[in-house]
Design a protein around this ligand. Structure first.
Ligand code: FAD
Length: 402
């Protein structure tokens, strides 16, 4: 009998967890390959820190070859360009790869919702490289201010008041004094504006907890505009409608964090999908192509008709589940268990030592929330590389990578 070929594409929370689970648990022969577009995994949940420069790129990179056993998982660095589900193949820059089973974990893409100018005129926190580009831009704007003297260079506009936008705004706000001091700028000149469509920031939380976060941000000097409907982005300008009035907000750094969709590679494929997310059954399987499974932001998973919001927590649990499913499948053992998401909690950081969140149903704020946030990040590191990884790459009360 031929050895089954399992191909995992995308080494994020979902894909990497599936690969590591198989590496650890699979005892039957199988050819398992993980393809991802970089040599390293990065914690997407920390990209706001990379964008401000409070987490170095070196610390953010976790090299696959250091955590994968080549005798069990073959790693290939390649960018996937196309999925051909009818031919059981995917195409990458480096060639074509065939499979018996495909696990898709290609992650997310920012969703512009068709708003004009988003693609051309905004920065996104969509990958480590995109975050490094934003970090360089902020650093340059501060450094060059002594020559340009243009206050708009120090006005950062964030479109989106969800998790990504708020964590980024807070991280920047807590660094303004330091950046201003280093560059010899009056710390009252830099400005941060956050624009969101919802009634209050962080709609995943109730109004009371969101208000706690909003007060903290305002104390840090962040201007917040809720119920603002962004109509267009122009170069250094956001056009929006609020309370029936048209507004124009000018600033020379604009960040788009108003929403995400699934991978564009999935979106353009013949696999049935909704904006790059594959509707999967209770075993994370694509019904039209039963040898294809999806994990993380590429999967549209529901339980009791509730669509799960795409999070790293969900992606990692899906990766674990898929590994267990394949261990049973390849050993010809029955696997009846359905995927069930265990929502343990959500914490939004407000800078490095503050935050708000709900963990196991308990509301947290301040240092305790920041502590929980670091614990969540470190738990992920532990799950992929044990204590050694936590000590090398972990998040602690005192920064080691500022
Ligand atoms: C700034 C920010 C903060 C966040 N904070 C939180 C949080 O606090 N808690 C939480 O639960 N969630 C958070 N999220 C959401 C979370 O990061 C995502 O839900 C999670 O990363 C999804 O995991 P994934 O495995 O589906 O995709 P990803 O982690 O995005 O991984 C996708 C992988 O696929 C690779 N890839 C993509 N395209 C290709 C291609 N064409 N070819 C080859 N490889 C490819 C990528 O390089 C990457 O390695 C945050 C997101 C952002 C942006």
């Amino acid at each position: 009998m031929q050895t089954p070929k399992i191909l995992i594409i995308g080494g994020g929370y979902g894909g990497l967890k599936a690969a590591l689970g198989l590496q650890r648990k699979l005892k039957t022969p199988a050819s398992i390959t993980l393809i991802s577009k970089h040599d390293y995994h990065y914690q997407t949940t920390l990209l706001h820190k990379v964008s401000i420069g409070t987490l170095s790129a070196r610390k953010a990179r976790i090299y696959y070859r250091k955590i994968l056993n080549p005798k069990k998982i073959h790693f290939i660095k390649d960018k996937i360009l196309k999925i051909l589900p009818n031919e059981n193949k995917v195409l990458g820059n480096g060639g074509e790869y065939s499979y018996d089973y495909l696990i898709i974990g290609l992650g997310f893409k920012p969703d512009s919702f068709g708003i004009k100018g988003v693609e051309e005129h905004t920065f996104k926190l969509s990958s480590l490289n995109a975050s490094l580009k934003l970090s360089k831009n902020i650093e340059n704007k501060f450094k060059e201010f002594v020559h340009t003297k243009n206050p708009q260079d120090l006005h950062t506009i964030i479109c989106g008041t969800g998790f990504t936008g708020i964590e980024f705004a807070a991280e920047l706000a807590t660094q303004i004094s330091e950046l201003s001091l280093i560059c010899g700028i009056d710390k009252n000149i830099p400005k941060i504006t956050c624009i969101g469509r919802s009634k209050h920031i962080l709609p995943v939380f109730d109004q009371k907890l969101a208000k706690v976060a909003q007060d903290k941000l305002q104390k840090l000097g962040v201007e917040i505009i809720c119920e603002g409907n962004i109509k267009e982005i122009q170069k250094n300008k956001v056009l929006l409608e609020k309370d029936g009035k048209e507004l124009e907000i000018c600033g020379n750094t604009i960040i788009w964090s108003a929403g995400v969709k699934g991978s564009d590679i999935v979106e353009k494929s013949e696999i049935p999908n909704k904006k790059g997310r594959i509707p999967v059954n209770s075993q994370l399987q694509c019904e039209s192509f039963p040898n294809i499974y999806a994990v993380g932001d590429c999967a549209l998973a529901t339980s009791k008709d509730v669509i799960h919001a795409p999070t790293a927590q969900l992606a990692a649990q899906m990766g674990d589940y898929i590994a267990d499913l394949f261990v049973a499948k390849l050993s010809n053992e029955p696997f009846k268990k359905d995927f069930k998401f265990h929502h343990r909690g959500t914490v939004c950081s407000i800078g490095h030592t503050d935050g708000v969140g709900v963990v196991y149903g308990k509301k947290l704020k301040g240092e305790m929330a920041a502590f929980m946030k670091n614990t969540i990040e470190n738990k992920w590191l532990f799950s992929i590389g044990g204590f050694e990884m936590v000590f090398k790459k972990g998040q602690f009360r005192y920064r080691t990578s500022n």
